[in-house]
Design a protein around this ligand. Structure first.
Ligand code: PLP
Length: 240
């Protein structure tokens, strides 16, 4: 069973999360309309997605393809936007390009090419964000800031992708000031790229633990799992 923080229901948790977003926006003198709340439903059942949907939630993030497909297939609402936020294996690009509206974890030209090639022609371009390894962690996905320009240049030329912004997952267990520094670097990179690539507007950053800090630094999309759906179930193991 799902365990909620202090036994909240999903609608209550959504309300509290939106309140945290509103407070963070107020403190940062930003409008809450600038920040999209993505509910990260990885490992959670379709019934949890539907409970959030019924409360008005429309953006959902998933990491594990098979787990996501079961939900996408059984979800009859076509105004949901599905965001892929997990590691992308190249043999999964066809399915991801066909089933998702957004991909946040693009970090290689080869994957970008395949997603563009496999995007079904009847769908609008796939919205993509490039993942930046902002804390330079050796085991983390994402391009370095140094390699970002080259990848942006390549991705922006692909016909069936729309490059919308940048995404990061800063190193865990760091002081708030170090985290702030990472988020600020992301915002500076986004601002600089936006001069040449007007479609680069989004900053996907902020999770349950660092939402306020991310919003203070300019996040436009927060990815919240635990605070909405409770602690995660174990990751599905095989072929996901
Ligand atoms: C799981 C996950 C989240 C949500 O994290 P919480 O701490 O549960 O809010 C956000 N982004 C990515 C990429 C994730 O894998």
């Amino acid at each position: 069973m799902t365990s909620f923080p202090s036994q909240q229901t999903i609608p209550e948790a959504l309300i509290r999360t939106q309140q945290r977003i509103n407070e963070a926006c107020k403190a940062a003198k930003r409008s809450p309309n600038e920040v999209t709340l993505m509910a990260v439903s990885k490992t959670k059942p379709l019934s949890d997605v539907m409970a959030a949907y019924d409360h008005g939630q429309r953006h959902f993030g998933e990491n594990y393809l098979q787990d996501a497909l079961n939900k996408i297939e059984h979800c009859s609402h076509d105004d949901i936007e599905w965001h892929f936020i997990g590691a992308i294996q190249s043999n999964k690009t066809k399915t991801i390009a066909a089933q998702f509206d957004w991909v946040h974890t693009l970090d290689r030209q080869k994957i970008a090419q395949r997603l563009s090639q496999h995007r079904p022609p009847h769908l609008p371009p796939l919205k993509v964000l490039i993942q930046v390894n902002i804390s330079n962690e050796s085991n983390k996905s994402g391009v370095t800031l140094e390699a970002l320009d080259a990848l942006v240049n390549q991705v922006s030329q692909l016909p069936n992708l729309l490059l919308c912004g940048l995404m990061c997952i800063p190193a865990a267990d760091q002081s708030e000031s170090v985290q702030h520094e990472a988020f600020n670097k992301m915002a500076a990179a986004r601002d600089q790229l936006n001069h040449h690539y007007p479609s680069i507007q989004h900053l996907s950053m902020g999770m349950s633990g660092d939402l306020s800090s991310a919003i203070a630094c300019g996040s436009t999309m927060v990815r919240i799992g635990t605070d909405i759906f409770g602690s995660r179930n174990p990751a599905p193991t095989p072929k996901s």
